[in-house]
Design a protein around this ligand. Structure first.
Ligand code: GLN
Length: 493
């Protein structure tokens, strides 16, 4: 029965409908796998009782022939999504004991479709980071290790717990959020599939805010088909989020196998960065060849403002974060400092004790770039750069249907390797942040291994609300790459 854990969402769905096993059995197998994988530290909170109760209800529905689309399928949820009655920490001490009285729209959609909650996954504090090392609950280990090495590697971030849980078969699939790369980068370095939908595709209601104009929820899965299945149920227009958009949600699963014949795929020349490992360029070339071999036309395109995306992101994102995080003051909820003399000291000490170093750094940067006298020089300018980046993509999409790029500048790195140098950490998002700045959908799909045996991903970027195209091209890459390798389960020894 141990094989149950390695099933895809699609295969488990079929097997449950055919009554080959029950959701209770499947859920039980995954709960045991989670227990056995404690060394990965992928979960902040496990919810076994709730999981089994949800599974029992699903089994009853399956027996009555009343299965909903995700009936009985166990998922892991990033600890940034508020879950009613289940602690939600955002990876921060300041929310260590926070139990939301409401449910995020995305997770509600999933439960309404019959999915089962296994637990809440570890993440960088307030989703700030690219390695899951800023979590108050400790780092997450990547299930992958380089060949012949015992060195723990980071799973990427900020959705590191979700990526690790999917890669190690601790859940069928997971949710993530992506503000500058937090779904796609961890997916790429753990050999999993991650999709950041168009801004507005999924409701942000009930997702703890980092940078509201960039944040977007999306699926993290074992296959492209599974991403198609999950996205359909995560997406919705929501009266509670005025930035969610009323665009029909197609049945993406029907489209994933449509192939790439006749499509034009753009290769942005600015994504060839100096100093990137040759393996990254080689994989990118291979990806283009795979698509060409399946009938696509490859065209070179230009996104001239790419080089300003990362610096502009590190103005816009901290600015919005400093404003969003102002609410954590120790008064209504969250961590509260003890033995304070007055309200000023209560605010200062609660925030000083509750937030970690990276979050404090972002608040300082954000407050600075928004301050009178600097607002125009930094924030207003970064917003203008953002418009230029979006225009770059508009111009490119006049010549092609989607773009192909590397997902990350390299494979998973060692724990602690980049913690002393924030800029080297920020550079992990060099290929992903532009997409958030322009609000576009993009998918990371596992495409190969480094010489050392670590996974690498390719990224497909699409036009706004054209997730179907992104999935279709991702599926073509997946077929060609035949990425079937699994990490060795060292955490069991
Ligand atoms: N790594 C980026 C940051 O630290 C992006 C994080 C994210 O997408 N949430 O801001």
């Amino acid at each position: 029965m141990t094989d149950l854990t390695s099933l895809t969402l699609a295969d488990a769905r079929t097997a449950l409908l055919e009554k080959r096993f029950s959701s209770m059995e499947l859920t039980g197998a995954l709960l045991s796998a989670i227990e056995a994988a404690r060394p990965l530290n992928a979960f902040v909170t496990q919810t076994p009782e709730r999981a089994l109760a949800m599974a029992a209800e699903s089994d009853a529905r399956l027996a009555r022939g009343e299965a909903r689309s995700l009936e009985g399928l166990p998922l892991a949820i990033k600890d940034l999504f508020c879950t009613k009655g289940v602690r939600t920490t955002a990876g921060s001490r300041i929310l260590e004991t926070f139990v939301p009285p409401y449910e995020s729209t995305v997770t509600q959609n999933l439960w309404d479709a019959g999915a089962v909650l296994l637990g809440k996954t570890n993440m960088d504090e307030f989703a700030m980071g690219s390695s899951n090392e800023t979590s108050y609950f400790g780092p997450v280990a990547n299930p992958w290790r380089a060949d012949g090495s015992n060195q723990n590697l980071v799973p990427g971030g900020s959705s590191g717990g979700s990526a690790s849980a999917v890669a190690a078969d601790l859940c069928l699939a997971a949710t993530g959020t992506d503000t500058g790369g937090s779904i796609r980068q961890p997916a790429a370095v753990t050999g999993t599939v991650g999709l950041k939908p168009t801004y507005g595709r999924c409701s942000r209601w009930g997702i703890i805010a980092f940078a509201s104009s960039l944040d977007q929820a999306g699926p993290m899965t074992k296959t492209v088909r599974d991403a198609a299945i999950l996205l359909r149920h995560m997406a919705s227009i929501d009266p509670l989020d005025s930035t969610s958009v009323d665009v029909p949600v197609p049945n993406y699963e029907d489209i994933v196998d449509a192939g790439v014949k006749g499509l034009r795929i753009g290769i942005p020349k600015e994504y060839r960065v100096d100093g990137a490992p040759p393996e990254i360029d080689a994989l990118w070339q291979k990806g283009a060849d795979w698509l060409r071999a399946q009938g696509a036309e490859i065209v070179e395109i230009s996104l001239p403002f790419t080089k300003y995306a990362l610096p502009a992101y590190y103005i816009v994102a901290p600015a919005e974060a400093s404003s969003n995080l102002a609410r954590y003051d120790g008064v209504r909820y969250g961590h509260r400092a003890r033995d304070v003399r007055d309200i000023g000291e209560l605010y200062e000490r609660s925030r000083g004790e509750g937030f970690g170093q990276e979050v404090r750094r972002r608040i300082l940067i954000g407050t600075y770039v928004l301050s009178a006298g600097y607002y125009d020089a930094y924030y207003a300018r970064a917003q203008k750069v953002r418009t230029l980046i979006a225009r770059d993509f508009d111009a490119a999409f006049a010549h092609c249907d989607a773009l192909l790029t590397p997902a990350t500048p390299g494979p998973a790195f060692a724990l602690g390797e980049k913690t002393q140098d924030p800029v080297s950490m920020y550079l992990n998002d060099i290929f992903t942040v532009t997409v958030n700045m322009a609000g576009l959908p993009a998918l990371s799909v596992p495409a190969g291994l480094t010489m050392g045996g670590l996974p690498l991903g390719l990224q497909v970027i699409g036009k706004a609300f054209d997730e179907a195209m992104v999935l279709r091209i991702g599926r073509a890459l997946e077929l060609a790459a035949q990425f079937r390798v699994k990490p060795k389960a060292w955490w069991l020894s």
